[in-house]
Design a protein around this ligand. Structure first.
Ligand SMILES: C[S@@+](CC[C@H](N)C(=O)[O-])C[C@H]1O[C@@H](n2cnc3c(N)ncnc32)[C@H](O)[C@@H]1O
Length: 205
């Protein structure tokens, strides 16, 4: 996508912070409460999740859209946080094997080019027993009207939503990614939305 698009998408994400907080804040707070050590966040966007993370972790944000970095820095400023921000994808960053305690992702696996490769990379960088925490929207149930609609609008949706696929089967990709345990629950946002249902959970290496 061209630079003007990336800048515009960053500004649009920043405008949506309040709504995102209202929709996901409580769930994120509960999911991220006991994070420790070195935590990699893929696609942190504006850095909104920093609001829900313990302050004594070392946070590595892997955000390829550099126009978002100023929003991340603003969220971290004034707080005693240890953070690094990288303008890369997780694959391109090539962190060392078994080097991080946790990876988190919220609404990112719908946009990555190759979910299996990204999940493989997440497993590779996690220490033994390390955990991957996620909140993602996923494809609607088989046979539903919504599933057909998600397929229909996918090309246009990808264009307006920075590569997001509304019909991505991320739950299946997670189950097939080779984690020793995957726990997830399904939920819907309390608003009409084409990107539903959602899943939230944790996968253990
Ligand atoms: C819909 S936004 C979600 C932002 C944030 N995680 C949230 O929950 O508000 C998707 C983010 O993923 C990032 N992204 C897309 N592909 C990526 C990849 N391969 N690796 C890391 N981040 C990626 C985008 O730049 C964008 O910031």
């Amino acid at each position: 996508m061209p630079n003007w698009y990336k800048r515009g998408f960053a500004a649009m994400l920043a405008m949506g912070d309040g709504e995102q907080h209202a929709l996901y804040g409580k769930r994120k707070q509960a999911l991220f409460a006991d994070l420790q050590g070195t935590v990699v966040e893929i696609g942190p966007g504006t850095g909104l999740n920093l609001l829900y993370l313990p302050t004594d972790i070392h946070w590595i944000g892997v955000e390829p859209n550099a126009h978002l970095h100023k929003y991340i820095r603003a969220k971290a400023s004034g707080k005693k946080r240890s953070i690094e921000i990288h303008a890369a994808t997780l694959e391109a960053l090539a962190l060392a094997d078994a080097s991080v305690d946790a990876v988190i992702s919220t609404l990112v696996l719908c946009s990555v080019a190759d979910p299996a490769a990204t999940l493989g990379e997440i497993r590779r960088v996690l220490k033994p027993g390390g955990r991957f925490f996620f909140i993602e929207h996923v494809i609607a149930p088989e046979g539903s009207f919504l599933r057909g609609l998600q397929r229909l609008v996918r090309p246009a949706w990808r264009l307006v939503a920075d590569g997001c696929r509304p019909d991505r089967d991320t739950a299946k990709a997670l189950r097939e990614a080779g984690f020793s345990d995957v726990q997830m629950e399904s939920f819907n946002l309390p608003i009409p939305n084409i990107v539903r249902p959602h899943i939230a959970g944790v996968a253990v290496v």
